[in-house]
Design a protein around this ligand. Structure first.
Ligand SMILES: Nc1ncnc2c1ncn2[C@@H]1O[C@H](COP(=O)(O)OP(=O)(O)OP(=O)(O)O)[C@@H](O)[C@H]1O
Ligand SMILES: [Mg+2]
Length: 442
């Protein structure tokens, strides 16, 4: 189960639940108050009705001749009665009743004031020194229905309130987090080369410290990387002169000495010094590649550069390079010097690490896809992924220090290009392929 929480989801759910709960509590409270108020109004109507009917009923009964028996009030028109009433004497003898009245719902003896049965609310009133009683009954259903209708009417807005609250919360969070998302994006789009401080204006107060910490970290990182680069560049540069001087002295020693043993030893030292010189050159290239953006200000045709570098190597390994480039120009913002260094490293690798007597294919398409392919043993994927790091090599029998691909990687990173390394090469069962799109446009 994912432990990640989304602000949208958490706040949306809890705020909506909270609003719904408060609304429900409000509905319950309103229902209770409404019921109380309605009871008061209904009771007063019940009382009023009893007091209005009583004088009429008394007059009617007193005007009867002989024995005042039961009389039922006839309905003028057929209708259902909400309020029904009975007029009885003190001993409970029925004298008058409304046409729908059911004596069963009243007690055996009349009572004054309000009383409740399971189904009715009854009000009793007496006249003529408590000899005649009127009781008016109202079904409780009627009251319950009124309270229920009021409560339902109050519940109805919830149908709209829940989605409005969800959408509202979602929208407010999205709006408030707009700048935080911008901060996240501005950190995300940065490659290793861009360590300038991130700046997002009017960030919510709670997120400001994150931006400050990120900027502090970037600043420390930038200083550390700069220190490392300048150290590499300076030391490589400083090594140049003593290395060249030592090589010159060694060569003089070789020509001057007649001793075969000394000559052989001098050759070995010379070889070591040359390796050291190559390493210092590569380190200098790497420091430069990592320091710059590898992009130039104007667009250049890179085909002639590729031809020139390839022809340099053609002299070293005649006939091994198969060059396939378009007649048309391939224009790119990629810096010409950086491109030359990149191609030199790829071709050098293919010649050096590929099978000796097999050709190296260098192809460039019209749309800028450069491929350098050689034959040779298949490299395991886990090793392949590491070759872009400095000083990583797999074949210790060949010359090299493991910096070439790190230089290529630094240049492609600086130019925003993706470098693909494959083994076996595409369309082959073995070998190695380096592929990249050299076209960079504004
Ligand atoms: N074209 C290739 N074919 C086979 N293996 C390769 C190829 N290119 C690179 N490699 C492997 O990747 C390793 C790293 O290459 P990288 O260019 O970084 O260093 P290097 O060539 O050994 O030394 P340097 O380039 O510094 O002189 C190589 O040692 C080699 O094992
Ligand atoms: Mg190399």
């Amino acid at each position: 189960m994912s432990t990640k929480t989304s602000l949208h989801k958490t706040l949306g759910t809890w705020l909506t639940l909270g609003v719904t709960l408060l609304w429900l509590l409000g509905v319950i409270a309103s229902g209770v108050v409404a019921r109380h108020e309605m009871n008061e109004v209904f009771d007063s109507a019940l009382e009023e009705t009893a007091q209005r009917i009583l004088p009429l009923a008394v007059t009617d009964i007193l005007n009867r001749e002989g024995d005042p028996g039961l009389e039922r009030v006839l309905a003028l028109k057929e209708h259902n009665e909400y309020l029904t009433y009975l007029v009885r004497n003190k001993s409970g003898k029925l004298l008058l009743q409304s046409h729908d009245a059911d004596p069963q719902i009243f007690g055996a003896f009349p009572r004054e004031g309000f009383s409740d049965t399971l189904t009715h609310r009854i009000y009793g009133e007496s006249a003529i020194s408590e000899t005649l009683y009127i009781e008016v009954a109202e079904p409780l259903d009627h009251r319950r229905e009124a309270v229920l209708d009021t409560s339902l009417a109050l519940l109805l807005p919830l149908i709209f309130l829940i989605p409005i609250s969800l959408v509202g919360v979602w929208w407010v969070i999205k709006r408030s987090l707009r700048r935080v998302v911008r901060l996240q994006q501005s950190i995300e789009v940065r490659g290793g080369g861009d360590l300038s401080p991130v700046a997002v204006e009017r960030l919510p107060e709670e997120f400001e410290p994150i931006m400050i910490s990120v900027n502090r970290l970037l600043e420390r990182l930038r200083r550390a990387i700069e220190a490392e680069r300048s150290f590499t560049a300076n030391s490589a540069h400083e090594l140049r002169t003593p290395l060249a001087t030592s090589l010159a002295k060694l060569q003089r020693l070789k020509t001057e000495t007649q001793d075969a043993g000394v000559k052989a030893q001098a050759s070995e030292i010379e070889e070591s010094l040359r390796t050291l010189a190559r390493l210092s050159e590569k380190l200098l290239e790497l420091a430069k590649a990592e320091g710059g953006s590898a992009l130039s200000e104007q667009v250049d045709n890179l085909v002639p550069i590729l031809r020139m570098v390839a022809s340099d190597y053609d002299h070293q390994a005649p006939g091994r390079l198969l060059l396939n480039v378009p007649d048309d120009a391939v224009r790119s913002l990629l810096d010409r010097d950086a491109f030359a260094i990149l191609v030199r490293n790829l071709i050098e690798n293919a010649l050096r690490h590929g099978t000796d007597d097999q050709p190296v294919n260098i192809s460039l398409t019209d749309d800028g896809i450069l491929r350098v392919v050689n034959r040779g043993e298949v490299v395991l994927p886990e090793k392949l992924a590491l070759f872009r790091n400095r000083f990583v090599r797999s074949n210790t029998k060949t010359q090299g220090s493991g910096i070439g691909l790190a230089i290529v990687e630094a240049i492609t990173n600086g130019a925003g290009i993706t470098l693909n390394l494959r083994s076996p090469a595409a369309g082959q069962s073995d070998g190695f392929e380096a592929e990249l799109n050299i076209v960079v446009v504004e």
